[in-house]
Design a protein around this ligand. Structure first.
Ligand code: 7TS
Length: 402
C-alpha cells in the first residue's frame, strides 16, 4: 500500500518527543490527505461564498461544489441526493432522528433497542427521548468477547419496538456487528433501524440499499474529511414524513406570521449557513478513498489487524479486550493492572499516539468490569513497522511501570 500513500498525509511526517510520530488514534479522528487540505484551502482562496442564494459567480461556484459533494456521498452510499442530509457528524445525526422521527412516532409504552456496546452518542439521545415519551430503552447484551447475543436480540423484539439503533463497527472493540440481520429482524416487527456508521465508513463499502437500513449517520472527520461535517442518510419516504429539526433560513419555502411552509428534501433538515468547506472536503475525501479502492483498504487493514493482534498478544501480561470473530482496525488492550492512562503517557513520550479510557462507552466498560482500555486503531496509511515500534515501546513502558 504504503510509502506513496503516506506521502499524501503531511502530518505523518514529523517527530513527537524526538521520535517519528506513530499515529494509532484513527478511531478518534483520521488524518487528512493533501487533496482534502488543498480543497479547504482552495475554497477560502478562490471561491468562499454563502451557498444557494447568490446570483454571483462565487456563490454559484460554492453551491456547485457543495452540491457535487452531496452527489458524491449519495453515489458512495447508493442513495439518492434527496436522502443525503449534511449534519455536523454522527452525534447530530442520531439527535436529529431522535428529535424528529422519534418525537413523532414513539409514545408511552413503546421500546427502543440499542446494544450494550454503543458510543454514548447512540445511547443518550434515545434515553432522552424515552424519558420524554415514557418509552423504555432495551439493551442487547454482549458476550465477553464483545459480540452481540443475537438470540437475546430476537427476544427483545416485539410490536412495542419502534426503533433499533446500533453501530456497524464498535469504536471501543472493533467488533463488526451483523447489521444486515439486525435490520432484517427489526423490520419483521415494523421497527425502523438507525445504523451508526461512524467507524464503518473509513474501513468498508457501505451500501444503504443492500443493508436496507432506514437511517445511517457518519462523521466526515473519521473518513479523512474535515471536522464538523457529517451525513444523515434517511429513506426518502421517512424523511418526507418527518418534521424539521431546526428552524431558520434555507429550510423554508415561505415564511409569514400566518404560517411557514418547509423546503423540499434535503434542505428541510439544513437550516442556516452550513459547513460549506467541510461538505466539499467530504466529497473530496470519499473520491480519494474510492480512488485507492475500499476493498484494497479493507484487505490491507485486515492484514495490519492480524499482524498487530499477533504481535501485541506476545507482550507479556497483555490482554486484548474484544476478540470478536469479525473485527476491524481496532486493538483494545490492558496490561496486568497498569492503568491505561499511564501506558498512554509513556507511549506518547516515545512518539506513539494511542487513546486510553472508556472511549465514550461507559456501559460497555461496566459490562466488562473494567474502567477503560488502551486502544490502538489503524488506518490504511499505517504500517507493520509502526506496530513493531509500538510493541517495543510497550515493553519498555511496562518495565518502567511494573
Ligand atoms: N459513534 C461511534 C461508533 C463513534 O466511534 C463516534 C466517535 C461517534 C459515534 C460520535 O462521533 P462524532 O463525530 O459525532 O463525535 N468516536 C470517538 C472515539 O472512539 N474516540 O473519539 C471519538
Amino acid at each position: 500500500m504504503n510509502s506513496s500513500i503516506r506521502a499524501h498525509f503531511p502530518i505523518l511526517h514529523q517527530n513527537v518527543n524526538g521520535k517519528p510520530l506513530v499515529y494509532f488514534d484513527n478511531a478518534a479522528t483520521s488524518q487528512k490527505p493533501l487533496a482534502v487540505i488543498n480543497a479547504i484551502k482552495d475554497y477560502y482562496e478562490q471561491y468562499n461564498s454563502n451557498i444557494h442564494r447568490g446570483a454571483h459567480h462565487l456563490a454559484q461556484l460554492a453551491t456547485e461544489k457543495y452540491e457535487d459533494a452531496r452527489k458524491t456521498v449519495a453515489q458512495h452510499l447508493n442513495a439518492s441526493e434527496r436522502e443525503i442530509n449534511f449534519v455536523r457528524g454522527t452525534t447530530e445525526a442520531v439527535n436529529l432522528v431522535a428529535s424528529t422521527y422519534g418525537r413523532q412516532n414513539v409514545k408511552a409504552g413503546d421500546e427502543i433497542i440499542v446494544s450494550e456496546m454503543e458510543h454514548h452518542s447512540n445511547i443518550v439521545p434515545w434515553q432522552m427521548l424515552c424519558e420524554d415519551k415514557g418509552a423504555t430503552l432495551r439493551v442487547i447484551p454482549i458476550t465477553d468477547s464483545g459480540e452481540i447475543i443475537f438470540e437475546e436480540y430476537l427476544k427483545l423484539l416485539s410490536e412495542k419496538t419502534k426503533i433499533v439503533s446500533i453501530a456497524y463497527i464498535s469504536n471501543a472493540l472493533g467488533t463488526i456487528h451483523p447489521v444486515k440481520e439486525v435490520i432484517r429482524e427489526a423490520h419483521k416487527v415494523g421497527a425502523v433501524v438507525f445504523i451508526d456508521g461512524a467507524q464503518a465508513l473509513p474501513h468498508k463499502k457501505v451500501d444503504v440499499k443492500d443493508l436496507d437500513c432506514d437511517f445511517l449517520g457518519f462523521s466526515g472527520h473519521k473518513v479523512f474529511a474535515g471536522t464538523g461535517i457529517g451525513i444523515l442518510y434517511g429513506k426518502e419516504k421517512l424523511l418526507e414524513a418527518m418534521p424539521p429539526y431546526m428552524g431558520g433560513g434555507e429550510m423554508i419555502k415561505s415564511v409569514s406570521f400566518a404560517g411557514t411552509t418547509y423546503n423540499d428534501l434535503p434542505y428541510k433538515f439544513e437550516a442556516g449557513t452550513p459547513h460549506i468547506e467541510g461538505g466539499i472536503s467530504l466529497g473530496v475525501a470519499l473520491n480519494y478513498i474510492n480512488e485507492i479502492g475500499l476493498d484494497k483498504i479493507a484487505a490491507y487493514e485486515d492484514e495490519l489487524l492480524q499482524y498487530g493482534t499477533h504481535k501485541f498478544s506476545e507482550v507479556e501480561g497483555l490482554r486484548i479486550v474484544g476478540t470478536a470473530k469479525e473485527k476491524a482496525s481496532v486493538i483494545s488492550f490492558l496490561v496486568n493492572d497498569i492503568h491505561p492512562y499511564d501506558l498512554g503517557v509513556l507511549l506518547n513520550q516515545q512518539g506513539i499516539a494511542i487513546r486510553t479510557g472508556h472511549h465514550c462507552c461507559q456501559p460497555l466498560m461496566d459490562r466488562l468490569k473494567i474502567e477503560g482500555t488502551c486502544r490502538a486503531s489503524f488506518a490504511f496509511y499505517n504500517t507493520k513497522e509502526e506496530i513493531d515500534v509500538t510493541v517495543n515501546a510497550l515493553k519498555r513502558a511496562i518495565k518502567v511501570l511494573s
